[in-house]
Structure formats: C-alpha cells, structure tokens
Design a protein around this ligand. Sequence first.
Ligand code: FAD
Length: 302
Amino acid sequence: MPIGDPVNRYIYDLFKYDTHVSFEFFPPKTNQGRKQIYQSIAKLKDMNPDFFSVTYGAGGTTAETSLEIATALTNLAQVTCVAHITCVGMNRSEVKSLLELLEFHGITNVLALRGDPPQGQTEFVKPDDGFAYASELVSFIRDNSNMGILVAGYPEGHKDNPDKEDDFKHLLEKINAGANGIITQLFFDNRYLLDFSNRLKGAGVDIPVIAGIFPISNGKQIQRITELSGATIPDDLLAAIEKYGDSPTEMELIGTDYAVKQVTELLEAGITHFHFYTMNRHDQTRKILYQLKHYFPRLNFV
Ligand code: FAD
C-alpha cells in the first residue's frame, strides 16, 4: 500500500513524515454520543491527520462499540486507524481472535496496553493463559500478526510503580518486544515530556515519541483526569482553572491557549509528533491546530 493512501497504512510508514498529528476517540455510550463522534470523525478526517485511535474499555466492556468505531474509521471514513487493545479478561487465544477480527476489518495497527482493572477491582489480575504486562502482549502480537504496534509511555511515570527507574526499564522492555512508536499519557508540564524524550534517546531508543495533548475545556473534568493520570498541573494553569473553572467559555479559551503554547514550545524543542485527546469533540482541537498550521503543512483547513 503506497504511503499516500490514507487507509490501511502502517504507523511505521507514517513516521517517515517530519511532523505528525493524530486524534483519539473513545467508544460512545449513548445515541447522542454516537451522533457526536460521527460528526467529529467527519470534521477531523477532512483535516488529513495521520491516524485516529479508538480506546478499548476495561475488561472488554466496550469491545463491540470500539470495533464499530474502528471499522467505520477504516472502511467508511477511509483513514488509518489504531485500535487500542488490553490484556484485561482475555487469554492468548482470545487475543489472537481479536487480532484476526481487526485484520479482517482492515485495521492495521494497535496500541498494546495492559489496561486498568475493571470497575470494582483494585489490582490488575493476569487472566489464565493471558498476559501480565503490555510487553508480553507486544511480543505476542509481533509473533502472531503483521500489525503496526504502539505502546503507552508515561512522562511522569506510571501510577502503579513508585520506582520510576524500574518503570522506565519496563517501558524499554515493551519497546524491545517490538513496538513501532510510543504515545504518551497526557501531561501539562513540558519539562516531563522533554526529560522523558531525552532519557529514551539516551537509552538508544529510536522509535517516535508521540506527545499526548489534552485540550482542557472543563474545570471539573480536568480535576478528575489529573487525579486518574497523576499528571502535574503547573501553578499558572492551576490558578486559571481555580479562577475560571466554573465558566465553560473561559475554560475553553484558556485550554485552547494553553495547548497552543504547549505544542509550540515542544515543536521548538524538537518534538514533532502529537496525539490529541479529542474527547470525541472536533471544534477545540481544530482551533488549536489552526493556530499552529504553519508547523503542520500536511493538515487541511478548507
Ligand atoms: P504496562 O506497560 O504493562 O505497565 C503497567 C505497570 O506494570 C507499570 O507500573 C509498570 O512499571 C509495571 N510493569 C511493567 N512490566 C513489568 C514487569 N515485567 N514486572 C513488574 N512490573 C512491570 N486503558 C484502557 O483500559 N483502554 C485504553 O484504550 C487505554 N488507552 C490508553 C492510551 C494511552 C496513550 C495511555 C497512556 C494509556 C491508556 N490506557 C488505556 C491506560 C492503561 O491501560 C493504564 O495506564 C494501565 O494501568 C497500564 O497500561 P500499560 O500498557 O502502560 O502497562
């Protein structure tokens, strides 16, 4: 498949470009949510991003809807899709069947994750004949498919592992198992991302680090998300959230300006790959990228 063809591209081909932009969606739970995501797909697809990714809920709870969205992206919207898959609740043969199903639907890339424990469980439990860590899932996918493989990276360290050095060592294990790229957890303090990127370079890693950018639009939501992810909020941003958190209009303007500033600083420091956590919306991400369009000549804004 030529690199110019928008469908069925392998992510490692896309990384040949100088800059990169991709968008993340999650499977909707309601009909209203379904309407919103399809509107967003239509709008964001026209911008010509490199790929879209679709999350996969704890314990496969969203398996059907995740597949619906990934299939629609690939076969209707005709864009490259990365399907997230986790180790939760699946044995080897079930993972193999899922990979075959994805390939049958034309999906050529996955983000291989361990996953979080399903609701009501505090710790991840390795399924019988399944995988305990994402690195094991990556090896299995490499051995059993031709998929392009991304893995998750945590600039501030993963929340379950207080030993940051050990956590970094395990990240290298999953990269060495055959990953083609790393998408990072959201972060608001660029110093963590730059340090993370330098440590990876220092360890000889040459696959791309795709910086995960979260456009803030809501004060309460950002508190919840930072609690879950453990991301540090810089003081100036925190002060703005405290002051304007109850005003959606102000919050969205602050979030848009912050993301523009964050991406500009990263670009100037040599980071060129960006993944936007769109929350299934299109308007704010589009506004942010419009302000940055001279950096991303392959994006389309007509
Ligand atoms: P791993 O890389 O396996 O690491 C998990 C923990 O185990 C870490 O603390 C690590 O230090 C430790 N560890 C790893 N290997 C070993 C070892 N050999 N021995 C001992 N300890 C080890 N979750 C979902 O459920 N669905 C999604 O769609 C989803 N999408 C995501 C997208 C991105 C970009 C990111 C950053 C996260 C996403 N998550 C998703 C969340 C993710 O599943 C959780 O953060 C999960 O807790 C860890 O997954 P992982 O793949 O990073 O795990």
